[in-house]
Design a protein around this ligand. Structure first.
Ligand code: SF4
Length: 473
């Protein structure tokens, strides 16, 4: 306690002195009549729907209605730098087995988010900087099948690019992890509004569909449906543009050569790379006129009246053409049967979404809050004796050293993440194992509290587990 009634919070390296009735720099801790308190409610998951006992008038006796409870680390507090045991070490019985869940809000400076944006549109060149509020907070990664990928945050952006950049990075990561919308600008690229589980908004336009496949895959999937209705199909794609008559699918269906010639680089029959530059037009290219990717037809194979469908990988763009007497494609009204096949492509496109995965390294000092021999926790996780969850949500654990995990932020309860001004993100982490295994790895057995005892804490808030998640313990 300071001389003037301020108390010192030691939950992170900022070490705030907090006046009575005030909160610390992160708004997570406050001085309540001389007692340091975690401000947000401590979230406990229940299978029971809509049970929020602390809101009831009558006293809650700690009983869980409708099933087991899982104590998450959301709102649990921190014991950074972990020279003391984790805030909650909870003993429970599951199917007759004595279990322990060690619960802490980890302070992550080695962390970031990976963002998957379902779109074919070109957002920016690989390795281009991604900015929030004008500050560089990450970069464009390699594109994936039908999606563009961003890597945001990480220790260098948080700590190594100046105070302002660190704060902007932390603020953007926090907002994304808590499901809020963030505007990102790619150098020499697009402006994107990203929000977990929502459609991306690219240059002011909400993306609707994720492509059905690459141009070649689209030919394979729908070739049979075009038979008899058109003579040629070109599926325009920034990566692999497909041409029906040359493609293996067309060959197997005896589609006759049409004399079509494409610009770009032929990879294998019916599959072309680099037909145009990347962009936000047809199939993630920069073209608005599909004929721009065609050269003159081969007069030995082409004939007047030849019917051609040109379509993008989402069906968003399409055009129907017929060759005139000079073997020049002329746009015509699309016949109903051909239009039906374009609708079928659209129908097979999934809704475009942004996915946000938090990635953090829990293999540092945080382990000392769990055990007096930290490497044993790492080994126990590797040996699958200890289960790691993030706010009760399942995580993907990276192979190799450390406890490096990723979690889909949309699987966590609302506002599960926090931050401190160092800057760093605060993320909930729980380690669950058998009590015998916990004792064997040097766990803080003298700090065990029963589940029933924890449930009686006045700050405990019971919330329903996300339906899609496996039960965490
Ligand atoms: S920033 Fe928050 S956690 Fe860190 S010392 Fe201040 S009040 Fe405590």
């Amino acid at each position: 306690m300071a001389e003037d009634d301020r108390i010192r919070c030691d939950a992170c390296p900022v070490l705030c002195y907090i006046r009575p009735g005030m909160a610390g720099a992160c708004d997570r801790y406050a001085n309540a009549c001389g007692v340091l308190m975690r401000v947000d409610p401590h979230v406990i998951l229940s299978h029971s729907p809509e049970t929020v006992p602390f809101l009831r008038r009558e006293e809650w006796d700690g009983d869980i209605v409708g099933g087991p409870a899982f104590v998450t680390a959301i709102g649990a507090g921190t014991t950074y730098p972990d020279y003391k045991p984790a805030p909650f070490i909870v003993a429970s019985k599951i199917a007759g087995v004595d279990m322990v869940t060690v619960v802490t809000e980890g302070i992550f400076i080695y962390c970031g988010v990976k963002v998957k944006i379902d779109t074919d549109r070109h957002l920016g060149a690989e390795r281009s900087l991604v900015r929030a509020g004008g500050e560089a907070i990450g970069h464009v990664m390699t594109g994936e099948y039908g999606s563009q990928m961003l890597s945001l945050g990480g220790v260098h952006h948080l700590t190594g690019s100046g105070k302002k950049a660190g704060r902007s990075t932390c603020a953007a990561l926090l907002a994304l992890c808590n499901g809020q919308a963030v505007e990102l600008v790619v150098d020499d690229g697009a402006t994107i509004i990203v929000q977990a589980n929502r459609a991306p908004v690219i240059n002011g336009i909400a993306e609707e569909r994720m492509r059905v496949g690459c141009g070649s895959a689209t030919i394979g999937m729908f070739a049979r449906q075009w038979l008899g209705h058109v003579d040629e199909v070109v599926v325009v794609d920034d990566h692999i543009t497909g041409v029906l008559s040359e493609h293996q699918a067309g060959k197997l269906l005896d589609v006759a050569p049409t004399g079509i010639r494409l610009r770009g680089r032929r990879s294998t029959p019916g599959r072309y790379f680099e037909v145009a530059a990347p962009g936000t037009g047809w199939g993630g290219t920069d073209i608005s006129d599909p004929l721009a990717i065609l050269d003159k037809f081969d007069p030995k194979l082409a004939r007047p009246g030849l019917r051609i469908l040109m379509v993008s990988t989402t069906g968003e763009h399409s055009g129907y053409f017929e060759l005139d007497e000079t073997l020049t494609p002329v746009e015509r009204e699309m016949p109903v049967d051909v239009s039906f096949s374009v609708d079928r492509i659209r129908e097979n496109c999934e809704p475009a979404l942004c996915s946000v995965l938090f990635m953090g390294g829990a293999g540092g000092s945080l382990r000392a809050g769990v055990t007096d021999n930290p490497v044993r926790l790492t080994r126990s996780v590797k040996d699958t004796l200890t289960r790691v969850t993030c706010g009760g949500a399942p995580v993907y654990l990276w192979p190799g050293g450390g406890i490096t995990f990723m979690v889909d932020v949309s699987l966590l309860p609302a506002n599960a993440f926090g931050s401190v001004p160092t800057p760093a993100l605060v993320a909930p982490v729980e380690f669950t194992m058998r009590q015998a295994d916990y004792a064997a790895l040097g766990g803080h057995m003298d700090h065990l509290r029963s589940l029933e005892d924890v449930l009686r804490d006045p700050g405990a808030r019971q919330t329903r587990a996300a339906f899609a998640n496996p039960w965490p313990s």
